[in-house]
Design a protein around this ligand. Structure first.
Ligand code: RB5
Length: 147
């Protein structure tokens, strides 16, 4: 399974550490940047990873900015994306089991690297449960075609 990573200047160190960890877990990783700490615009990286997910270049994405909010808002504008901002493992697990999230986001200024790794492992290992949740996910996705 291939995991795409994206981040802004606030999250370079966190991205590097979590990306190494995901590699150690046995996943393939693709780094969509940035690796620079010079101020940049998080929507660029949110959109890059979101496009890679919908194009099937990667199976899922992990996005990190200061809060996880801006970069996930950008990703959620791409048709087909369900990006969930999670600061603890319970929400991360449920975002996959019930909402079939295809991007996980979190904030490097909100949580530390060890909690981030726990959240990431939980999310990667969780599976969508389908059933009644499929209907609700379909309803969310149908909103994209309403206007
Ligand atoms: C950058 O300063 C900061 O605004 C960004 O990392 C993020 O928190 C936005 O949502």
């Amino acid at each position: 399974m291939k995991v795409g990573f994206g981040n802004d200047h606030a999250s370079v160190d966190m991205k590097m550490e979590v990306m190494e960890y995901v590699k150690e877990l046995g996943y393939e990783v693709v780094n969509y940047g940035t690796d620079e700490k010079a101020s940049c615009d998080y929507p660029v990286y949110g959109e890059k990873v979101a496009n890679a997910v919908v194009a099937g270049e990667v199976d899922c994405g992990i996005l990190i900015c200061g809060t996880g909010i801006g970069i996930s808002l950008a990703a959620n504008k791409v048709k087909g994306i369900r990006a969930a901002v999670c600061s603890e493992p319970y929400s991360a697990k449920l975002s996959k089991q019930h909402n079939n999230s295809n991007i996980l986001a979190f904030g490097s200024r909100v949580i530390g690297p060890e909690l981030a790794k726990m959240i990431v492992k939980t999310w990667l290992e969780a599976e969508f449960e389908g059933g009644r949740h499929q209907r609700r996910v379909d309803m969310i996705m149908a909103i994209e075609n309403k206007r």
